[in-house]
Design a protein around this ligand. Sequence first.
Ligand code: XIL
Length: 393
Amino acid sequence: MKPHLHTGLVVFGLAGALLGCSSDDEAEPEQTTLQLLGYSCQEDAARTSSAADQPAPTWRDTGRNVGVAVNADGLLDPAYAQTVAAEFNQLTPENEMKWEAIEPEPGVFDFTRADAIVSFARDNGMTVRGHTLVWHSQLAPWVEALTGADAVREAMTRHIQTVVAHFRDNFPGVVVAWDVVNEALNVQQGPMGGTVIYRDSVFHRELGDGFIAEAFRIARETDPSVLLFYNDFGVEGTLGAKQVGTYDMVSALVADGVPIDGMGFQMHTGPLDQGPNADDFAANVARYAALGLQVEVTEMDVTLCAVGGNALGYELQRYRYNRLVSACFASPSCRSVSLWGLGDANSWLNDTGCTQGMLTLDTLPAPLAFDDTFGRKAAWWGVYDALTGCTYP
Ligand code: XIL
């Protein structure tokens, strides 16, 4: 495991480079930050190929499974749609498959917007991650108001069966994975540290811990060919209370023969090598893989709030994307990596901006790999290099 100092040195080196802190005078040819760091993943020809006669490479060209969260509205914008189709081979509906959107009233299903996304995927030769069947948030109010195990079980069963069967029958082979249960665990801070508990929800209140296993079994019965995932945030490393608790919970599901195929790590993170650091994430991927599960990075973004949207921040972001995407794909069990939004202007993090307590910082999260008008950021190259097997040191 590399010492944390490593990142500090890189930051220091980058800062020096970007601020022009060179001991020589201005006659010195300008070095790219990559050269200053002593590595080069791609020849310059590839980096400038958009200006040459061959087409610029895209993420999709690498053959890796690389996905993005999209909105039905976004896909109506030709520039957005073209970038999505060129760079990605997998989509996740950002909101359109959530319970409040798809079954707003009991037994009344509206697939219009979800179908628009899945049709786009099918027509462009892409797959879809279904997101999400059972979650405490963005739940239809009528579900939250249910009382009694029978009522909740009936609603959950009908919802999973109807939604999974809809895509199984109408778009065969396109929705390849479901986040069956999302964010079921919580961390409660006690005097001795964090304790993992099941998060309060109508499902947990009425059905107990077993609601998770029940949901997976219903999904598997409905479509035996789709991959079934548990998905959560803050569980990317190995050591924290929620990380240990989640691993134990998922291990128990596997041991009990519950039909779970994979673990989804949301990966909402920042530009520094922490929360998790890349080595710890790799160790976590390995222990889930050892359970026989596939793993995915499902909702990645790298907010710049801690460092600001300046040149240093963008280079750190590139580095961070590269290290984490590399860490996932280093495991044969890593099925895909998805980013939570296309361009920075599309990010859900803009809803809160960069706030610290009462203070709102004069910078934006800018957490994605494409800018507001879908131009490639430095972070794009960080991911591209990872997808082509080049990990930054
Ligand atoms: C977010 C969407 O991006 C927002 O548009 C919406 O307002 C709230 O939900 N974890 C998840 C995602 O599993 O579904 C969330 O998506 C982000 C956190």
